[in-house]
Write a protein that binds this ligand. Sequence first.
Ligand SMILES: *Cc1c(COP(=O)(O)O)cnc(C)c1O
Length: 438
Amino acid sequence: MLYFSTNRNSEPVSLKEAVIGGLAADGGLYMPVQLPTIPASQFDMVADRSFSETAYDVALEFFRDDIPGRVILDIVEDSFDFPLPLNEVKQGIFSMELYHGPTLAFKDIGARFMSRLMSWLYRNEERELNVVVATSGDTGSAVAAGFHNVEGINVFILFPRAKVSPLQQKQITTWGDNIHAIEVDGSFDDCQKLAKQLLADRELNNTLSVTSANSINIGRLIPQTFYYFYAFSQLKGLRVPVVFSVPSGNFGNITGGIMAMFSGLPVKRFIASININDVFKKFLESGIYKAEKSIETLSNAMDVGDPSNFARLNEMMGGKSAMFRKYMSAYSFTDQATLEGIDKVYRDTGYIMDPHGAVAFLGAEQFLEEQDEPANVVFLETAHPAKFRETINRVIKDYAGLPPQLKAVVDKKEKYHSAGNDIDEIRSFIGEINRISM
Ligand SMILES: *Cc1c(COP(=O)(O)O)cnc(C)c1O
């Protein structure tokens, strides 16, 4: 399978070039030249299969030309050794918990798969590979966990100063070995811009092999199609249409869902549930996409003012806002509404949502209220509530959740490099780690 750039100013490339390159030479994002066609009949048979079995079925469709089936199976089984429970939280509204991986956020799914895919694709190379990743909180630790002690790979995590939760910061800065955390004096958008600049930096790339592990990497995006198929197979007995509500920031999660739909998964609609960073909602309403500065909220992984996956969505929708409106809705919620949602669901049902999942729950609820026909809405729970305990405690006073994955990290010592919002500073740090001066 070949991968083309959404900017259409460079030639299509192989899977290896797309995954190792990260970003296309023309600055665009890679997409498969053609999405696989996965017949619905295939999913009629998979109702009682595990997540990794379903993931393998879908992965084969994407990768069979490029990777031996046995290797795909190994990557899938090694990546997905945790459950993805589905709970009916309220009639017609299900949560799918994507957060039972090692760093307790859904990004483990893409990051674990991609790190294994990348090491396999890179297995015959001489030079070390430098993986650069910008994080608004969860990506960094998921990528670190995926790559920790993988031979021949250095990881650089750019995180915005004082804008990630204390626990998230621990999860980013306590790895050591081949994992290097860099605190940037700027916002997440600044970190993302720096990561893109580093990838496009000729001088750096002539000397070193540099790649990205952000959601811009197609190697992370494809595994984010898998759980949509899995959720669908779990709900198969229920006859009403399936809708997904996805808590969205960079729109990588929901882009995976739309790719699944265009590969044949019969989903009725996708709801982009967002906080007050509502560029996408304004776009659906007006047909005009206009990036904005991001605003801080309680659902900080969604504080994105210029969602990087918009270019991919736009490709799939043929650049037509009518197509976007046919398949997608957007609902935006304030922090106050998010807190009230967490509180109300806990009182009514005992179920505890994190701030991101809560935004997605509210989107699901509002969608059903505005609908005449019944639907099953699956909202994606993207982080364990314990990662946001300070927030949860504002409404659920006695919540003390601390799963073992977090307990392990609390007492570890942090180590990170501090830098300004400055490409030269970061470039020379990467050079230092590679023992060359830049
Ligand atoms: C990253 C993240 C999101 C947003 O996902 P995108 O793919 O960037 O839209 C939502 N919730 C949590 C907990 C996240 O870490």
